[in-house]
Design a protein around this ligand. Structure first.
Ligand code: ACM
Ligand code: ZN
Length: 771
């Protein structure tokens, strides 16, 4: 018996040892982002020292190894010595011709590191994996004493997609060269390989073109404005344009060389026919003759001005763009040139004699096909230079230029599928998932931007390949791209904040196999990478630790749900107005609180607060907690006791677009009503304005309503400039009723002279306060 027990015990030990040494790495330390295709963790570790020797087979391997060992020189004060063909060395690089481009095989044992690859990029990526398994000080610029060990592992790795991209908009905010270089360096650590540079937009032309010096003398500079981007007025006559900058051709050569050393291809985008008030400010003769002059570089988003685009009727426009492409093709070794093609307003083409003559001569049925003519003509030129053409998904609105690669961006990016069905390759960068301009966490804690949220987890969860795609479409998908539009950036730190850590999520979704999607395993690997960003003093967002809230009325009380996208934290809260700390109550499930309660909560890890403190200061009035009857999805916010912020998109405003609004509150029983106020928010630049008229009605049965008060706003108050919360007050009342109804009249389209002239209006309400 004893003997059998002993043998069984040994068996259990052997089996469990085998299991622990051959399971997927879920350890919190040394995990790699993006997750390798396969990784086995073994016992022990390899230690780098001044005596470490590295063997290479050729010059290419020597250069890749030397590039990596520079980090050691800086951070450790020593670097491994490189020698030729010495298989007994501590680190051995060997060619494996069975491996694909970019793939690598990395074996780390306590005795040796062996790297096999069949391409320079394969060796380069093996070293990036090693870097992420080393102490974070390897990323720093100071010499430190460390135990420079990497755990014993066996990694077989290769990318899911060949295109692993980031778009940087360097037009709306001119991103300094040094920041771009640092972003490229970080892309390469994350095994990303395409940097799409959006060099041209209405807000600045960022590339020196020798033949057209005014593109940067004039086109790279805009007037200074303090308002947020959407609310900025155009330049006044004679006003100095002082904000901006551009890359000289020398800068570009430096960026390209720096990127090439890191296996990042820089793809230039030269926008046409729209988004180019910058070049038209420099050379206004390239716009349609019917356009009102002067044309200026825009400081913000101005719908009317942005409708000024290149004239499609003038041959000089094509001559100019061909000259620009000549210099771009020489400067950028990339095989691609992106021609933009998005959001081209055709108003001026409709009225321009030259454009209309072109349509007649070319037998084009409408202005959309005139854009197709424009893009096809320029595409042929780009192709004549030996380059491939890329463009935004608006190219699918008309005949697509031959062989053009399409970037799916609108909504979920589905327009790119129109191109794919015709055999075009495509890249997915859907605004709703991969636009890094969007809020990356609960909006109350974030710097101002616009549209909705794309949190770290939203980005991580993005899966481009959909089950309903026709057969073969997925083979045309080149990969995915995070796109960073910079209109709310003012400093390099703002750019870094929006990029990191979401770039790591883009990297994992573009490199790692679909089957490896594992949010809980990603987080410790991310933390490991962030520790390296700390060493580089890169700014990154900690929004992943902030709390989301959902407060819903429930029989006169409020149900408060709190959540955090990181599952590895405790949520602690108080309900007496005091600050939460590591000993406060742990939140486990929805709370039910009385009107008037102040809930404060935050996330904690290892007893340390991580995210910012969320304060929910619940109002108390007759309507708080009562049921709302309305067609607005978010109507419960009207009585949830929580006031919306100046961010009308913060999910605390009930919203109606371009239509009248009506909602009813059930007070539960007939009540005396002496005052009613309703909160509104205006945001001039975003077309969020106040109602023209408001009516207050009461009823005992929710059938027959009596109007008890009316309000009307003056036009200057409806379309007030800036962003402002204003409570509209129905004055002293003396009424009774169980049901309160508000009817609000939408003011109609933005009037003449408004930054959004002719566009619809959002009306937003929160909160309804009844006393
Ligand atoms: C885009 O966001 N206009 C491509
Ligand atoms: Zn024209």
């Amino acid at each position: 018996m004893k003997k059998i027990g002993f043998i069984l015990g040994i068996l259990v030990l052997i089996i469990s040892a085998a299991c622990t040494s051959h399971t997927q790495n879920t350890a919190t330390e040394n995990a790699i982002v993006p997750a390798p295709a396969s990784l086995e963790k073994h016992a022990g570790s390899f230690e780098f020292s001044a005596k470490t020797r590295c063997s290479v087979e050729n010059n290419m391997q020597q250069q890749v190894a030397a590039q990596f060992f520079k980090r050691f020189e800086t951070a450790a004060g020593f670097k491994p010595e490189i020698e030729q063909n010495s298989l007994k060395a501590d680190i051995v690089l060997v060619t494996d011709s069975t491996l694909k481009e970019e793939a690598y095989h990395l074996q780390v044992t306590p005795e040796q590191i062996r790297i096999a690859a069949n391409s320079e990029s394969g060796f380069f990526y093996a070293f990036q994996s090693l870097r992420l398994m080393l102490p974070s000080a390897i990323a720093g610029s100071e010499k430190v004493h460390e135990s420079w060990t990497v755990p014993a592992v066996e990694i077989n790795d290769a990318p899911r997609f060949g295109y692993r991209g980031l778009m940087l908009d360097v037009s709306r905010y001119f991103i300094p060269k040094e920041t771009v270089l640092n972003v490229i360096d970080n892309m390469s650590v994350l095994k990303m390989n395409k940097l799409h540079l959006h060099l041209v937009d209405d807000n600045g032309w960022r590339l020196e073109i020798k033949k057209y010096p005014k593109l940067t003398e004039v086109g790279a500079w805009r007037v200074e404005r303090d308002e947020p981007f959407p609310a900025r007025e155009v330049a006044k006559p004679g006003e100095k344009a002082s904000v901006g900058g551009f890359y000289t051709q020398e800068d570009i050569r430096e960026m390209v060389a720096f990127a090439q050393e890191r296996h990042v291809e820089i793809i230039p985008e030269i926008e046409m026919p729209a988004h180019t008030n910058s070049s038209l400010a420099a050379y206004p003769e390239l716009a349609c003759s019917v356009v009102e002059k002067p044309i200026t570089v825009l400081p913000g988003l101005n719908t009317k001005q942005a409708a000024i685009i290149y004239c499609a009727g003038k041959d000089e426009v094509f001559d100019f763009l061909e000259d620009v492409i000549d210099e771009v093709a020489d400067l950028f070794p990339s095989k691609y040139i992106h021609l933009g093609g998005d959001e081209a307003n055709k108003t001026h083409w409709e009225n321009c004699p030259d454009c209309q003559a072109r349509m007649k001569a070319e037998k084009l049925p409408n202005e959309e096909e005139l854009q197709s003519y424009f893009m096809k003509r320029m595409s042929r030129y780009v192709q004549s230079k030996g380059k491939e053409v890329m463009g935004w998904d608006e190219l699918t609105n008309s005949e697509i230029p031959e062989d053009a690669i399409i970037y799916g961006w609108r909504g979920e990016g589905d327009a790119a599928l129109i191109a794919a069905r015709k055999g075009h390759r495509f890249v997915m960068t859907p605004a709703k998932k991969l636009y890094l301009i969007r809020y990356q966490g609960p909006q109350w804690f974030e710097p101002l931007t616009y549209f909705g949220n794309n949190t770290l987890k939203d980005v991580y969860d993005y899966e481009p390949v959909q089950a309903d795609w026709e057969e073969g479409v997925d083979t045309l998908l080149m990969g995915i791209q995070g796109s960073l539009w910079t209109e709310f950036c003012q400093t390099p730190e703002d750019v870094e904040y929006l990029l990191f850590p979401r770039l790591a999520a883009v990297a994992e979704r573009s490199w790692s196999p679909k089957s490896s999607n594992n949010w809980e395993a990603f987080l410790p690997a991310l933390d490991n990478y962030l520790a390296q960003l700390d060493k580089q003093d890169v700014t990154y967002a900690k929004s992943m630790y902030n709390l989301d809230h959902l407060v819903q009325p429930s029989n006169g009380k409020l149900k408060v749900a709190l959540s955090c996208i990181r599952p590895d934290v405790d949520i602690r809260y108080t309900s007496d107005g005091t600050e939460p700390n590591e000993s406060s109550a742990t939140y486990t499930d929805t709370l039910t609180v009385e009107a008037g309660t102040i809930v404060k909560a935050a996330t904690f890890k290892a007893r340390k607060q991580q995210g910012k403190t969320l304060t929910l200061d619940v109002l108390k009035n007759i309507a708080t907690g009562c049921t709302v009857i309305s067609n607005s999805e978010l109507s419960y916010v009207l009585t949830n006791g929580i006031r919306g912020s100046e961010r009308h998109s913060d999910f605390e405003w009930a919203r109606w677009y371009n239509e009248d609004a009506a909602f009813v509150i059930d007070l539960g029983a007939i009540q005396n009503i002496s005052s009613v106020q309703i909160g509104t928010v205006s945001n001039y630049g975003m077309g969020v304005d106040r109602p023209a008229e408001l009516r207050l009605l009461v009823s005992d049965d929710n059938k027959t309503f009596t109007t008890i008060a009316e309000l009307s706003e003056k036009p200057e108050s409806i379309f007030e400039r800036g962003t402002k919360i204003k409570d509209l007050d129905f004055g002293q009342l003396n009424a009774t009723g169980r049901y309160i109804k508000i009817e609000a009249q939408n003011p109609g389209l933005c009037p003449k002279g408004h930054l959004r002239e002719g566009q619809g209006v959002w009306m937003c309400f929160d909160e309804l306060m009844v006393n």
